[in-house]
Design a protein around this ligand. Structure first.
Ligand SMILES: Nc1nc2c(c(=O)[nH]1)N[C@H]1C(S)=C(S)[C@@H](COP(=O)(O)OP(=O)(O)OC[C@H]3O[C@@H](n4cnc5c(N)ncnc54)[C@H](O)[C@@H]3O)O[C@H]1N2
Ligand code: MOO
Length: 425
C-alpha cells in the first residue's frame, strides 16, 4: 500500500490515540497518578493542576538591603514624595532574613536585608545606598531617608502566586522552572502522567550486540554490531519513554512471535526494526502479515518501508532496519505523536536555514538529509550544511549531524543559498 508522509503521520497518531485514550481522560493516566520526587520531574508531564498550597511569597518581604519604614500614603504631608523632603528616623534593631521581626515603632526605620520579613507597621523599603549616611547605623543612631511611596521595594504576600491559584496546569511538560516553583511552594513531589512502556524489538540474523561472545575474538564475517537497539533506546528515553528491551530476534517468524507473546502483556507499544522490505527473510513481514499489521511504502527516503497496526490489541509500529531510516521514522512519525498525545517531549524546533551548497533529490521522494545547522550570528543568517549523503546506513554522518534537512517531494534541485526547512535535533 502507498501512502504519503502526512497520511502516515496521521495514521500513527490515530493508532496510538485509539489505544491509549480512555473516554474523557488524558492518555495513559493511572487513576492514582504517579508521584515523582523533584529530582526526577524534568521531562515528565503533570497529571493534575498544581494549586498553590501557600502564598508566594509567603509573607511581605524586602526586595533590597535597606530600611523598612512607614511611608505616609497621603500626598501632602511633610516628608511626602511630592514635597521632596527627606525624613530623619531613629534606627531600630536590624532585621535579617529568616526571622519574624518585632513591630516597627513610630519614627523609626529598621535596617532590613533582602528577603527579610517586613515588620508589622512598615510598608516601604529605602535602599541603603539612598540613606544619609549610606550605611547601616547602630540601633538608636539617626538615619535620613528620601521621600518614598508606600509599597516601594516591598514584595507583597502572594504577589507572585496567591494561595489556591493554579501554579502549574495539568498537561505541562515540566522543566527546571516548574521544579523550582514546586519546591518554593513546599512540594517535594508531584503527580505526573505515566510514561508509555515501549517494547523495542531489534531483528536480524546478522546483528550482534557489542560484547556478544560470538564476536569475542573478532566480528564474524557477514555479521555487524547493532546500532538500532542502542540508537532507538536512546531516542525513546530522550523522549521520556520507558523502554523494555527484547533480545535481538533472529530472522525466524516464530522466534519473533515468541518474543512478542512474552512481552505483549506489559507494554503500551511495540516498536520493531528491520525485516519489513522486499527480501526473502523479512521476519516482521512474514510473522505479522495476515494479522492486524499493514506494510506500507512511503515516497520517503530514508524511511520508505513502514509497518503499522496492532499485535494482540497493543499498537505495533515497524521501522526499517537501516539505522538512519529508524531515526528519520522516529522523528517524523513517533516523536510528534508522543508530543501530541502525551504533552511531551517538547516539539523539535523547525526553522528555515540557508543551504551552504547545492543539493539534488530524486523526483517524487520526500527526502530527509542529515545536516549541521549553525544558528544566526550577529552578521550571519542561520545556515545548514549536509553531512554524508542520502543513504540510510551512514551512521558516522548521523553522529556529526544536529539537524534534519527536509526536501519536499517534487523538489529535485536546490542551489546554494536556497532556504530549506530544518528540524533541530
Ligand atoms: N528490493 C528492495 N529492496 C529494498 C527496498 C525495496 O523497496 N525494495 N527498500 C530498501 C529500503 S529503503 C530500506 S530502508 C531497507 C529496509 O529493510 P528492512 O526494514 O527489511 O531491514 P533489514 O533488511 O532487516 O535491514 C536493512 C539494513 O539495516 C541493517 N540493520 C538491521 N538491523 C540493524 C541493527 N540493529 N543495527 C545496525 N544495522 C541494522 C541491515 O543489516 C541492513 O543493512 O530495505 C531496502 N531494500
Ligand atoms: O527508505 Mo530506506 O529507509 O531509505 O533506507
Amino acid at each position: 500500500m502507498r501512502r504519503t508522509v502526512a497520511e502516515h503521520q496521521r495514521a500513527v497518531l490515530v493508532l496510538l490515540a485509539r489505544a491509549w485514550r480512555r473516554a474523557g481522560q488524558p492518555p495513559l493516566t493511572d487513576d492514582a497518578g504517579t508521584r515523582v520526587p523533584l529530582a526526577d520531574l524534568p521531562g515528565r508531564v503533570l497529571a493534575a493542576d498544581l494549586l498553590a498550597p501557600i502564598d508566594l511569597p509567603p509573607f511581605a518581604n524586602s526586595q533590597m538591603d535597606g530600611f523598612a519604614i512607614w511611608a505616609e500614603p497621603t500626598s501632602n504631608q511633610p516628608g511626602s514624595v511630592e514635597s521632596g523632603k527627606s525624613t530623619t528616623y531613629r534606627a531600630a534593631a536590624t532585621i535579617p532574613a529568616g526571622v519574624r521581626p518585632p513591630a516597627l515603632g513610630p519614627g523609626t526605620a529598621a535596617p532590613i536585608m533582602t528577603g527579610a520579613m517586613l515588620p508589622p507597621g512598615a510598608n516601604a523599603v529605602v535602599p541603603v545606598e539612598q540613606a544619609q549616611p549610606a550605611r547601616f547605623p547602630d540601633e538608636g543612631e539617626d538615619v535620613t531617608l528620601p521621600p518614598t511611596r508606600p509599597g516601594t521595594f516591598v514584595r507583597a504576600q502572594g504577589s507572585d502566586l496567591p494561595l489556591g491559584s493554579v501554579a502549574i496546569p495539568a498537561g505541562t511538560l515540566l522543566n527546571a522552572a516548574h521544579v523550582g516553583l514546586a519546591s518554593a511552594l513546599g512540594c517535594s513531589s508531584l503527580q505526573v502522567r505515566r510514561r508509555p512502556r515501549v517494547l523495542l524489538v531489534t531483528t536480524g540474523d546478522e546483528v550482534l550486540l557489542p560484547g556478544d561472545p560470538r564476536a569475542a575474538d573478532a566480528l564474524p564475517e557477514g555479521s555487524i554490531f547493532d546500532a538500532n537497539m542502542a540508537l532507538l533506546r536512546a531516542k525513546l528515553q530522550e523522549a521520556g519513554v520507558d523502554v523494555v528491551l527484547a533480545p535481538v530476534v533472529r530472522d525466524e517468524p516464530h522466534a519473533l512471535l515468541d518474543v512478542l507473546d512474552e512481552y505483549v502483556g506489559g507494554v503500551d507499544l511495540i516498536l520493531s526494526t528491520g525485516g519489513i522490505s522486499a527480501g526473502a527473510f523479512e521476519v516482521v513481514k512474514q510473522a505479522l502479515s495476515g494479522l492486524e499489521v499493514e506494510f506500507v511504502s512511503l515516497a520517503l527516503q530514508p524511511g520508505g518501508p513502514q509497518a503499522l497496526g496492532r499485535y494482540k490489541s497493543v499498537p505495533f509500529i515497524g521501522f526499517p532496519g537501516n539505522p538512519v531510516s529508524g531515526v528519520v521514522s522516529f522523528e517524523l512519525f513517533l516523536r510528534p505523536a508522543l508530543t501530541e498525545l502525551l504533552g511531551g517531549p517538547a516539539p523539535r524546533g523547525r526553522v528555515l536555514a540557508t543551504l551552504t551548497h547545492s543539493l539534488t533529490s530524486p523526483a517524487g521522494k520526500y527526502q530527509v538529509r542529515r545536516g549541521v545547522y549553525e544558528g544566526p550570528g550577529y552578521e550571519s543568517a542561520a545556515s545548514v550544511r549536509e553531512v554524508g549523503g542520502p543513504s540510510s546506513h551512514l551512521l558516522g554522518a548521523l553522529a556529526q549531524a544536529n539537524a534534519l534537512i527536509h526536501i519536499p517531494a517534487g523538489v529535485t534541485e536546490l542551489h546554494a543559498g536556497a532556504k530549506v526547512e530544518v528540524w533541530l535535533m
